[in-house]
Design a binder for this molecule. Sequence first.
Ligand SMILES: [Zn+2]
Length: 494
Amino acid sequence: MAFFVGLPTSAEDFYAMGTEKLLDYLKDTARVNAVIIAARTFHGEAGYETHDKYFAGTKLRDTPSALKQSGFDILAEITDRAHERGMKVYSHFLSYDFAVPAADSETNITLDENGWEVLPNAKLLNLSQVLEIDCFGRKGMRPCLNNPDYRQYHLSVVEDQLRSYAIDGINFNIERYGPISNVLNGNGGSAHGRKPLAATCFCPHCLESAHKRGIDLNRAKLGFLALLEFSERSWQAALKDGNPMAAPGTPLCANRDTSAPPDGYFIEFMRILGRYPEIAAWNQMWHDNMLSLLAEVHGTAKAVSPGRKVGFHVWHPRDYSPMERAMYNMRDMRRFCDWIKPKMDHTCGGYRYYQNIKRIHQSLFYDRTLQQAASVMNAIFDWDVADYERLPENGLGLDYLEKDTKAYIADVFGEVPIYPGIGLDMPSGPAGSMHRPCEPEYVRDGLLTIAKAGAQGTVLSRGFGEMQRKNLAMAGKTIDEINSMLCVGEKYDS
Ligand SMILES: [Zn+2]
């Protein structure tokens, strides 16, 4: 079996380079055998023909993209041509529904006057009807994953794409923090700053879900308010200190005391969890409901066409945030996916982990040193990070790739293929900057490390548009090497 080599692309990539030319390039140079195409953008634009008959159960609709309106239907354009070349086509469904404050942006997105990303799914029509409600009763910036309409929308998109096009399946992706992380560490995917957020979601659908689980709703709300007050205490202290990791904003709670709790921040956090165990139960409920949507997506795809596949992307914070890592487990996910793609991307991972250490230092260890917080985190993950300060330029390293690839494989009992993402030229700093420029030998070392650890493939990440040709060429060369060893059944020894 050849090594699975996925690569995410966009309609714009194919339009700019020419479909045949780009497919040939991906196949011949980088040995790509699975094109992962963003047929629907994360802003709610469809680059393919949608059909109303599949959307009877939801008010939500994508807006046709500019390219689609000009007659360029990306799924029609590439599917047969990819198949002629022996390549699979997976439609990438990125349910990218978190908002990002100004200081967090890794991309040049548009921000409003409060520093929030202009509604990320602004092109998704009727979005306002499915938004989350926070613990103060305010509508949130993101759709609620428990809202039946929003859930059905995902299933309708999947059914429509699979019935209307001969694609080989769906690459599904949700990138959102759970409520505890949002309250403790604030918004965003990589979060260059920290501003605690109010917990979500307290809409009628989430309240019903909590009720069914036997979670006391009032105590959950009181618990999250206590947690927010706790979180704002260290954030206000950090603002006072001029700590650059504290993003500006107005506190939501009444507390203005910025002194450290007598037994320290971490012990105070444990006390709040002990007093309000409903917080942890609510956090897990949030995750389980997301997981049940993944299960429904998989079930829908199999009902339409059992032979087609659904893979799940697992985002980066699942690896380097203790709260997210504890919430997710692959043993559950393995029941309803055909592969799992952990994000990994070790080169930019160093910067992201470094930033996350600073956020967790500020939320749980602000009365301790950064180095102490880094040591705790390294101990939790068992990563060999000798020099915390040099993480952005060093990256997360091969130790991380090896240990976590093995952990993912062990967690699914080897029953589901694991395709770790290896980043090519992903930004490792704010607004596209690079603390660690990607070089061909990093790509080669990364690919060989995951193959030796037992991965059955990779997704070269995160998009063709930002990849340098020299790195794609090295990926192809290394994959040839891996395939030739797989061919003779040779075992990798480190
Ligand atoms: Zn809700």
